[in-house]
Design a protein around this ligand. Sequence first.
Ligand code: PMP
Length: 351
Amino acid sequence: MGNWEANVRKVVPYVPGEQPAEQNIIKLNTNENPYPPAPGVAEALREMNIGKLRKYPDPTCKILVDAIAENYGLNANQIFVGVGSDDVLAMIYMTFFNSKEPILFPDITYSFYDVWADVFRVPYETKPLDENFCIVKEDYYGKNGGVIFPNPNAPTGIYMELSEVEDIIAHNQDVIVVVDEAYIDFGGASAVPLIEKYDNLLVVQTFSKSRSMAGMRIGFAIGNEKLIKYLNDVKYSFNSYTMDETALVLGVEAIKDKAYFEEKCEMIIATREWTKAELKRLGFSFGDSKSNFIFATHERIPAKELFEALKEAGIYVRYFSKPRIDNYLRISIGTDGEMFKLIQFLENYIK
Ligand code: PMP
């Protein structure tokens, strides 16, 4: 036996939420959108020119980049696209987090951040959220190799005011600051306008949540032209064709339909607020989520027990067995009907 294992890049991988095969479960465990993508997506899929699949897709992703740029009133050279925001974030780590100083992110946050740090050998330091699960902006003032945080944060759902986000960017102008806005469309103010003021800011968004396209894998970063050029240089040095033809064509349709997007976001927000009131009534407490999920703890019944009982009943939510959050459930917002069934089950169980 040779010693080849000594040189394996060993990592502890990120564990995504379960995707059970059964069809008749209520799936509130991965923050997917309960509604289908915009109607134009289905139409474009039906009409897709299959003959085009013979050829490689456009490596510059022009049609999709242009559609995203138009949606935000920006130039195409301010947009970078990838295979979900996970791919975009991984590219950002590779491109910009190369300092000997540690990058900074919260102790409770998207659990992919430390996985990328490990796989790309990026030193990192976590900064504890306060007792209300809020980011403490002053913790990010010191010397560092870059800053990354979601707004709203995950899995807490807690939103940070844009003035505080700007304060963190302003205090870190010698490194890249990444604001991961996977959930921004559910009630927060985006940091996108700040890219004109700060050339070290990257805002990352996704089609997976507010645009109902988690299965299509489309994410994007918005930043100044120079940052986007550096990202594309790394992408083209890694895989020229990250975005397939289908993603390009269907992505355009998804972002074009603003009315559908707004209607569905408003529906999810309304369902979230109804769910908050019901959960409160049943003895749950939680921070004020501005995302498409609620991170809640019960006054009496341990989260793990509830998680298991819900699963047994065919209702999947997310439970993290991690310090500080092991008595919380992260409950994605489904349709009104799904949330009603969740509340009904919890009401009976808690009684
Ligand atoms: N950022 C955050 C904070 C998330 O919760 C997720 C969803 N798992 C992502 C990024 C990645 O989403 P996607 O790759 O589907 O765009």
